[in-house]
Design a protein around this ligand. Structure first.
Ligand code: GLU
Length: 391
């Protein structure tokens, strides 16, 4: 579904990879399934497809894999039960109510279909706030670990009923990328309603070419990818590409593959052709750094002068008050904040040791002035090097 300059994409088309080796190594897999796969022609959940999915997931687990399922479908199922169709601009409270109606039906279907294969399931509903709080992130990680040790299939969805814009993942593609990090998984499979990535949207341009492997996500790809076309899902190709970038930075490959076709998962793990593979970066982020860069919410930020940017980016230094020219938004000590330059480019993210109110008073000053201005000085640096990630 890319509209970008196709030459940039074609350059990546002929990379040959050992698919079998890549996938057989994956022992802990996150599988994301979108609403468009789980619903038939928009009239609620497609029971046959869910049976098929549970069967295929069970089979790859029989091969010694752990699977975490990120499943959409609550809103679609709820709306169908309420006799409604999803429309653009539908009020948020109605979607939230539909999710509450649909989530139980969705889980009931998974209970039954996985139960038919002797497998247990567990429901986990998350908001972005849960993962951007480090303590809750670690708690959720421990719970997942225990579920996997007990051979349970965790089924995760966004807690739509309480999630408003500020605490939302946005869509389940993004959520699944964060779950990869949460669970320390080694592969992300996105089951979509199309075969993978194309040089253009194949539904609009029949001449579009398929891209089996993406080695590097370019700025053109990010800009060119389209938003969701289906009326039921929320993701679209752009959010999938952004998710691939995120998990790739964590050293994890991602595949987009057609979840409406039978045998998709078994074929994938047997090394058969199919889907678009996004290769990861070789130098992966450490877990805590990755959490700071991609999971912790940014409640605001600091604008840093060019000298400050250079010290952070090229000299491995911590951020001191002297380099800060402006404070944006409102945040507490310990929050994750963006560091941007004078031109508005966000180039780093880190955990601040001072609140926005304190920083307003000490920005531009020497560290020796902090105590006299604030009446206390706990730290010299605003963001310590260990709590900083260059993006
Ligand atoms: N959480 C939503 C649901 O269960 C889906 C969001 C998405 O598809 O990205 O309906």
């Amino acid at each position: 579904m890319l509209m970008a300059d196709s030459r940039i994409l074609f350059m990546q088309k002929n990379i040959s990879i050992d698919r079998k080796n890549l996938f057989s190594k994956a022992k802990r897999v996150v599988i994301k399934v979108g609403s468009a796969v789980l619903t038939g022609a928009g009239e609620g959940l497609d029971q046959k497809r869910i049976e098929q999915l549970a069967g295929e997931i069970s089979a790859i687990m029989d091969q010694g894999r752990e699977v975490i399922l990120v499943s959409s479908g609550a809103i679609a199922a709820g709306l169908a039960k309420l006799g409604m169709k999803k429309t653009k601009g539908m009020p948020l409270p109605l979607k939230q109510a539909a999710a509450a109606v649909g989530q139980s039906g969705l889980m009931w279907m998974y209970e039954r279909t996985f139960g038919a294969h002797g497998r247990k399931v567990a429901q986990i509903l998350l908001t972005r706030e849960d993962l951007s709080n480090r303590v809750r992130f670690l708690n959720a990680r421990n719970t997942l670990q225990v579920l996997l040790e007990h051979d349970v299939v965790p089924i995760i969805n966004e807690n739509d009923t309480v999630a408003v814009d500020e605490i939302k993942f946005g869509d389940n593609d993004n959520l699944s990328g964060m779950v990869v990090h949460l669970a320390d998984a080694d592969l992300l499979v996105i089951l979509s309603d199309i075969d993978g990535l194309y040089t253009a949207d194949p539904r609009l341009r029949p001449s579009a070419e398929f891209i089996p492997v993406v080695e590097k996500i370019t700025a053109e790809m990010e800009k060119g990818a389209g938003d969701a076309l289906s009326s039921i899902g929320t993701g679209g190709m752009r959010s999938k590409i952004m998710t691939a970038k995120k998990v790739g930075a964590y050293g994890v490959p991602m595949v987009i593959i057609n979840g409406r076709k039978q045998g998709t998962l078994s074929g994938l793990f047997a090394g058969k052709e199919g889907g678009t593979i996004f290769l990861p970066k070789a130098d992966r982020n450490r877990s805590r750094q990755h959490w700071i860069a991609y999971t912790a919410c940014s409640n605001g930020g600091v604008v840093v002068d060019d000298g400050g940017r250079d010290a952070l980016e090229n000299k491995g230094k911590s951020l001191l008050p002297g380099g800060i020219v402006r404070v944006e938004g409102s945040f507490k000590a310990g929050d994750c904040v963006n560091c941007s330059d004078n031109r508005g480019n966000v180039f780093a993210r880190g955990l601040t040791k001072y609140s926005s109110a304190d920083l307003e008073k000490i920005r531009g000053m020497k560290t020796s002035q902090i105590a006299s201005v604030l009446g206390h000085k706990d730290y010299d640096e605003v963001i310590h090097r260990d709590d900083l990630v260059i993006l």
